[in-house]
Design a protein around this ligand. Structure first.
Ligand code: R5P
Length: 320
């Protein structure tokens, strides 16, 4: 039986964290959940002995945002818990929230974005393209004082510091994933779908004491990939566990699953850190015969089985 797990895990400090002295003694941090993300925010609030922050956000009939912060923020540390999947819908109101909080006298604004968007466009691949990862980072850095996130998609950037000018702390869900796999799967063999996934899959495999391999992938379009499995005949009798950071259209996982099946492997367990699942990706992956689809609760989704809230609250309590 698959269940939610929770455990304390490793952090990796990207840039010296500012000491928000007195935040826990002079005032309790106030935690604001983005609409729909109350679950994680409540867990953070409970473990930090924080206060619930309240705000109202709605759209005017013309699509503009109305925003009102209902909690007293003067000289308070305010934490906004907002995973940034579907970022274009959230960005403007998120910035209005920060600007309003600042004007109301908040002394520190911390953004907890378990999923940090706009990291895949990290280069100008074709003449005329915008390097949107940089523009997005600049906007968030202008409005917030600090950032906490989980497994950001760092590929050409080595750290977030290359584009974010505020201090950021980066957690990895690898320990939590490894614990889940150890508890649920006998004789796992981990498979990463592409070279970029090596950073996640190698960590999870090391922590699980299991073998791993990485496939070769070439993306041909938004919904089309070409993939070559590694030679893994030596691992017959193992259960394949696909591990990737993001499941978006699902085509990466689908193609890996299809080739594993064609090669006679048992149905794999698909593990993603961030449950983006664009369109019908989740349904398609389920229909394709995945043994299980499991994600971390960085993006709220029915597939969330792995809880990273304890790591997040440990990191927050260290910095407050
Ligand atoms: C690659 O850059 C990432 O690590 C993931 O493999 C990718 O984001 C998955 O996207 P999709 O589900 O659309 O294939």
């Amino acid at each position: 039986m698959i269940g939610v797990i929770s455990c304390k895990k490793a952090l990796c400090l990207a840039r010296p964290w500012p000491q928000f002295r007195g935040a826990m003694t002079e005032d309790k941090p106030m935690i604001f959940p983005w609409p729909g993300q109350e679950g994680l925010a409540l867990r953070l609030q409970a473990s930090l002995s924080g206060e619930a922050g309240r705000f109202e956000w709605r759209r005017f009939p013309d699509g503009e945002s109305y925003l009102r912060i209902l909690s007293e923020l003067k000289d308070r540390t305010a934490i906004l818990c907002a995973s940034l999947d579907r970022p274009d819908d959230k960005l403007a109101p998120l910035l209005w929230w920060a600007a309003t909080a600042r004007e109301l006298g908040a002394k520190k604004l911390v953004l907890v974005a378990p999923y940090l968007a706009y990291l895949r466009q990290d280069a100008r691949f074709q003449e005329g393209e915008g390097v949107t990862s940089r523009y997005f980072a600049k906007l968030l850095s202008t409005h917030f004082d600090a950032l906490l996130t989980v497994d950001p998609h760092l590929h050409r950037y080595r750290t977030l510091d290359e584009i974010y000018t505020i201090p950021s702390r980066v957690l990895t869900a690898a320990p939590e994933i490894a614990i889940w796999v150890r508890g649920e799967i006998e004789r796992p063999v981990f498979l990463g779908p592409d070279a970029e996934s090596d950073q996640w899959v190698s960590r999870v495999a090391a922590l699980s004491g299991a073998p791993y391999a990485v496939a070769e992938k070439r993306r041909l379009g938004d919904r089309q990939v070409e993939l070559r499995l590694p030679q893994v005949e030596a691992w017959s009798g193992f259960t394949p566990v696909l591990v990737d950071d993001i499941i978006s259209t699902g085509v990466t996982m689908l193609e890996t699953l299809r080739q594993l099946k064609a090669a006679g492997w048992p149905a794999p367990v698909c593990v993603g850190v961030h449950a983006i699942f664009a369109g019908r990706a989740y349904e398609d992956l389920s229909a394709a015969g995945a043994a299980a689809i499991v994600t971390c609760n960085t993006v709220p989704h029915p597939s969330n089985r792995i809880d990273i809230s304890e790591s997040l609250s440990t990191a927050l309590s260290e910095i407050l």
